[in-house]
Design a protein around this ligand. Structure first.
Ligand code: SF4
Length: 241
């Protein structure tokens, strides 16, 4: 898997126009002001969360793909508890494709939706074996043809396994993008496109990864800890605390 240095945006991004507040939110922020603010947010998050390691344990791209499919509506910790045994029993797409569902399901039964996930894993492994020579493909178009793989999963794989820029919009990335007023959309695909418009490609993977970390650590769904938030004065929603 290619090694990649963590991206740290230029500190010059910190030179900001006036920070939008609740009052400023009423008048529309220009596209350039939004890009400048997004760059400053990216710079602060990069300093707070410098690493880009994927929290899902894996030793190769196939294992990463399996772990990301399993992570839907589950914590990373829960996935990490089942994958060592899963990877030991089914180390390659071919072996997983030949397994019975009755062999896969017990290994992942502590995860939500385990029956559906077992079916997705087996179908995905079959596709990898039949159509991609047992390799995980490296394009969005090919990845999203695989069972159990949507744009979010594909973007995680592209970013973490192939060092290709991708914005993975999960529940945290969606919530923070909206609170930070970087997107007003509900649809994750539209949020992804909004973020792509205001950030350069080299920031996409790191930015979405860090929004997820910041959402877990500080900007909680129910009770965001705005007082200790490092992007506080760049956030139009900070009063919610
Ligand atoms: S200031 Fe509050 S609402 Fe805004 S990103 Fe930080 S924790 Fe979330």
């Amino acid at each position: 898997m290619p090694e990649r240095a963590p991206f740290v945006p230029d500190a010059a991004n910190e030179r900001l126009p006036a920070t939008p507040t609740r009052a400023a939110r009423r008048k529309r922020e220009s596209a350039q002001e939004k890009r400048t603010r997004a760059g400053a947010i990216a710079a602060r998050l990069a300093r707070a969360y410098p690493g880009l390691e994927c929290p899902l344990q894996h030793k190769n791209t196939f294992e990463l793909l399996v772990a990301v499919i399993l992570s839907a509506q589950c914590t990373d910790a829960a996935v990490n508890r089942v994958t060592p045994e899963l990877f030991r029993r089914f180390p390659t797409p071919k072996i997983l494709s030949q397994a019975c569902l009755g062999e896969v399901e017990p290994v992942i039964r502590t995860l939500g939706l385990f029956r559906a996930k077992a079916r997705s894993l087996k179908s995905c492994a079959q596709q990898l074996t039949d159509e991609f020579g047992g390799q995980v493909p490296a394009t969005m178009e090919e990845l999203t043809r695989l069972a159990g793989v949507g744009r979010k999963t594909a973007n995680v794989i592209l970013g973490h396994a192939f060092a290709k820029p991708g914005i993975a919009v999960d529940t945290h990335c969606k919530r923070l993008s909206r609170r930070l007023d970087l997107s007003r959309r509900q649809d994750p695909v539209k949020i992804e496109h909004d973020l792509r418009r205001i950030l350069p490609p080299e920031e996409w993977t790191g930015f979405s990864h860090r929004l997820i970390l910041h959402g877990r650590a500080v900007c909680h769904a129910r009770k965001p800890e705005c007082k200790k938030c490092i992007v506080n004065e760049l956030c139009p929603s900070r009063e919610v605390s």
